[in-house]
Design a protein around this ligand. Sequence first.
Ligand SMILES: NC(=O)C1=CN([C@@H]2O[C@H](COP(=O)(O)OP(=O)(O)OC[C@H]3O[C@@H](n4cnc5c(N)ncnc54)[C@H](O)[C@@H]3O)[C@@H](O)[C@H]2O)C=CC1
Ligand SMILES: O=C1O[C@H](COP(=O)(O)O)[C@@H](O)[C@H](O)[C@H]1O
Length: 247
Amino acid sequence: MAQSVLLTGAAGRVGTAILADLADKHEWRLMDRDPMTEDHPGEYVVADITDEETVREAMADIDVVIHLAGDPRPEAPWDSVLTNNIDGTQTVFEAAVDAGVEKVVFASSNHAVGAYETDERTPEMYRAHDDYLLDGTELPRPGNLYGVSKAAGESLGRYYHDEHGLSVACVRIGNLTKGHPPIDYERGQAMWLSYRDCAHLFDRCIRADYEFEIVYGISDNDRKYYSIDRAKASLGYEPQDNSAQHD
Ligand SMILES: NC(=O)C1=CN([C@@H]2O[C@H](COP(=O)(O)OP(=O)(O)OC[C@H]3O[C@@H](n4cnc5c(N)ncnc54)[C@H](O)[C@@H]3O)[C@@H](O)[C@H]2O)C=CC1
Ligand SMILES: O=C1O[C@H](COP(=O)(O)O)[C@@H](O)[C@H](O)[C@H]1O
């Protein structure tokens, strides 16, 4: 069944991948601080997610929020991730609860757990024969302040689920690239997320029933060091791509 979805950060790469396959599958309200250049479905709200009043207005009659907006740079400085990623995410969760939204899907990141990639484990853990796997039950272990902001977003999700009953899915997105996996980058190949698997995974987050989930958002790569079992079991994720098909 089509849902009414608010998509923040809609003008970016992940938003583009989602809309490429799902534009006609749901009713969309798109939000970004940048205007969108390409054709887009539904309403478009140009606003910053730290603008509480506008965010509250944008939640009216929404079933599901996909929250992508934020500073995506692994090297982003603290003042930016504090404002855009932590404060902005809290504003979105709070407004969603107050508006009676059913689910919020939060774009977390591989960088929330980047420090598990120790010198002792790498580069072997990026290779298909290695059996090291993170499954989403491990504690966050960020390797940079951007990763700290994503771990904070997951904690906010946990809080708004436990205290307010909101359904929350945190997707630790790997490395989204269009057409083919990153070239000459083993880590990126191990956590590759294709555009079509990205759209399908977020569609499952919109449609599935869950309480609070942390899942990895990668394709079914031979090289993987993130398990996709939880995404399959709790969301019905069925990825079609594998970076090994592009070797
Ligand atoms: N692309 C990837 O491989 C990965 C992305 N992510 C996360 O997914 C989300 C989307 O990432 P991308 O699409 O790659 O980034 P992007 O930079 O292409 O898109 C982000 C969008 O958010 C908007 N935005 C940023 N701050 C905003 C604010 N304060 N208010 C309103 N709009 C704002 C930007 O204008 C931009 O259109 C981010 O939260 C990022 O951390 C996580 C892991 C991997
Ligand atoms: O969270 C993110 O991760 C991806 C992959 O990380 P990288 O360290 O391999 O570049 C990154 O491309 C994206 O910009 C970021 O938001």
